[in-house]
Write a protein that binds this ligand. Structure first.
Ligand SMILES: Nc1ncnc2c1ncn2[C@@H]1O[C@H](COP(=O)(O)OP(=O)(O)O)[C@@H](O)[C@H]1O
Ligand code: SF4
Ligand SMILES: [Mg+2]
Length: 338
């Protein structure tokens, strides 16, 4: 199990013409990834999802809070002693092409991490060959076809499957899939999402699914936990199915209301929520961060940042002073009366 506790990360300003001030990418985030769990993070671009995923994989530092892996606090360890813990979390990011060395065949790409793993397990060369074929089979690839080929000879979907197979060579506990299908041909996306969903049962790995697209989170995260992030804070958390059917936080409601409706087949949910304006990152309000855009804002929303808590008989946690479950997702068009 991996627990993220009150994690914070601030980036120094990038300067430039606007003399941009520092960015608080994470403002005290708590996330629990249970064994064999399905956890999804959703939120619009720039809300801190990638930063959180990269911290979990050891590619980014955190400046406050902690990451606890199977009871071990990473904050208590020196950076070099954290390496074995980060091996347990593998990143699948959006561009499978840049993740694979174009000058090496798939066989060569998989050989190095497998040789390392074989040394750790005191296994021989025969084990490596068998494991390579097994992993490719797990991700739905034919070893005879892909092993001699270079990345550019494969489709985007096949390349992403190779990236997943390579991540599995180290027997990780968690796969962090960060917008993992956004650069893949639409026709091949479903297969990759299905694979990510199936791997939980097949190899017992947990999947942290990071996306701005609610529809994909709904598919992969079915039966799991959903975290909705706004400007570096978790503003709603609960079972994926409950949040999508009955969101209680106005920001979640606005995200779900924005899902395109299938014309002629669906119509917008009856309680659709539209923000009152665009996000202005330069303004950090003193109270609720969503207040400048919230159609339900009241005076008390400007006083202090609402804590994530359970209120008024809803099943999920939300950081809103005036939560109300609303039906915002599209509903089927009513047919002609009989
Ligand atoms: N290395 C960096 N240097 C400066 N700012 C960064 C850096 N990485 C991310 N940020 C900023 O942190 C915020 C969160 O970014 P990110 O985690 O990539 O969000 P998301 O993945 O949700 O789109 C953004 O405002 C982004 O510009
Ligand atoms: S706390 Fe107030 S401003 Fe914030 S989301 Fe809830 S109603 Fe809107
Ligand atoms: Mg991102």
């Amino acid at each position: 199990m991996i627990e993220v506790r009150e994690l914070t990360r601030t980036f120094a300003g990038r300067g430039g013409m606007l003399g941009r001030s520092s960015v608080q990418a994470l403002r005290g985030v708590d996330v629990t990834i249970p064994d064999r769990g399905a956890v999804s993070l959703i939120g619009e671009s720039g809300c801190g999802k990638t930063t959180l995923g990269r911290i979990l994989c050891g590619f980014e530092q955190f400046d406050g809070g902690d990451v606890i892996v199977d009871g071990q606090s990473l904050r208590e360890l020196k950076p070099q002693d954290r390496v074995p813990y980060f091996r347990r979390v593998q990143l699948i990011h959006q561009d499978p092409y840049s993740a694979l060395n174009p000058t090496r065949t798939i066989g060569q790409i998989l050989a190095d991490p497998l040789a390392l793993r074989a040394r750790q397990l005191d296994a021989d060369g025969g084990w490596q060959d068998a494991r390579r074929a097994e992993l490719l089979g797990l991700v739905g690839l034919d070893p005879d076809y892909v092993l001699p080929r270079y990345p550019h000879m494969l489709s985007g979907g096949m390349r992403q499957r190779v990236v997943i197979a390579r991540a599995l060579t180290v027997d990780p506990e968690v796969l962090v899939a960060d917008e993992a299908v956004s650069m893949i041909d639409v026709s091949l996306r479903l297969g990759i999402l299905q694979l990510l969903r199936d791997l939980r049962d097949k190899v017992g790995v947990s999947v942290l699914f990071i996306t701005h697209d609610v529809a994909t989170a709904r598919y992969v995260g079915q039966g799991g936990e959903l975290y909705v992030i706004y400007r570096g804070m978790v503003i709603e958390q609960g079972s994926t199915d409950t949040i999508i059917q009955r969101p209680a936080h106005p920001y979640t409601q606005s995200l779900l209301s924005a899902i395109p409706v299938l014309r002629g087949i669906e119509e917008p949910g009856p309680d659709r929520v539209v923000p009152t304006g665009p996000l202005d990152e330069r303004v950090v309000p003193p109270g609720c961060l969503f207040e400048p855009r919230c159609p339900f804002a009241a005076d008390d929303c400007r006083a202090a940042v609402p804590a994530l808590s359970r209120r008024s008989g809803t099943e999920q946690l939300h950081a809103c002073l005036h939560p109300a479950q609303r039906s915002v997702v599209a509903v089927p068009v009513a047919g002609p009366a009989a």
